[in-house]
Design a protein around this ligand. Sequence first.
Ligand SMILES: *[C@@H]1O[C@H](CO)[C@@H](O)[C@H](O)[C@H]1NC(C)=O
Ligand SMILES: *[C@@H]1O[C@H](CO)[C@@H](O)[C@H](O)[C@H]1NC(C)=O
Length: 189
Amino acid sequence: MAKSFFLATTLLFIVLLLVEDSLKIQAQTCNPSGKIKGTKPPPGQCNTENDSDCCVSGKLYTTYKCSPPVSQRTKAVLTINSFEKGGDGGGPSECDNQYHSDDTPVVALSTGWFNNQRRCLNNITISANGRSVVAMVVDECDSTMGCDSVHDYQPPCPNDIVDASRAVWEALGVPKSDWGGLDIVWSDA
Ligand SMILES: *[C@@H]1O[C@H](CO)[C@@H](O)[C@H](O)[C@H]1NC(C)=O
Ligand SMILES: *[C@@H]1O[C@H](CO)[C@@H](O)[C@H](O)[C@H]1NC(C)=O
C-alpha cells in the first residue's frame, strides 16, 4: 500500500516535471514583446483599398520581435501588398530603398523572419494551391510597431506573414476574389 503510493506520487511528480519542461520549450519559440494601443487615423490616412486594416482607437495590438522557427516548410499566412509608389506599402522597400513593380514577385516578411535585413534580396520559395513561386525579399512587415504615420496607421504585422505582390498571387493561380489571408508554406530558395 505505502509502496504503491510512493510509486504513484513519484510518477506524478515526473509527469509534472515533463509537462513543465514542454511548456517552457513552447514558451521559448516566440512570445509577444508587448502591446500598443491603437489611435484613430487622421483624415486621409490609412488606405483601405487592398483590404488593409486600419488601427482602431483604444484597441490593443500585440507586438512581436520574433517569428516561429524557419524550416523546410514554414507555415505562414500570405497577404497582398503593393510595393509601388503610392501603394499601400508606404515608403520604398527597406532592403534597397526602392519601389518595386507589383508585376515582379516580391515580398515583405514579418520582423522575426526578416531577421535584421539578413534575408534582404534573398529569394524564398512559396508553395500553396499545388503550385510554387520564387519571390525576392525586399521589405519588412513590421511586427514591432504600427498605428502611426510611418505605418500608415495600420496595426503591427502578425509574426507569421509573407506579404506579397500581385505577381506572387498570380503565379500561385489564386483567383483574384480570393487574394488575401491564404495559408502557405515557404522556405529559403
Ligand atoms: C491595390 O493592389 C493593386 C494590385 O496589386 C495595385 O495596383 C494598387 O495600387 C493597390 N492599391 C493600393 C492603394 O495599394
Ligand atoms: C533572386 O531571384 C532573382 C530573379 O530570378 C535574381 O535576379 C536574383 O539574383 C536572385 N537573388 C539571389 C540572392 O539569388
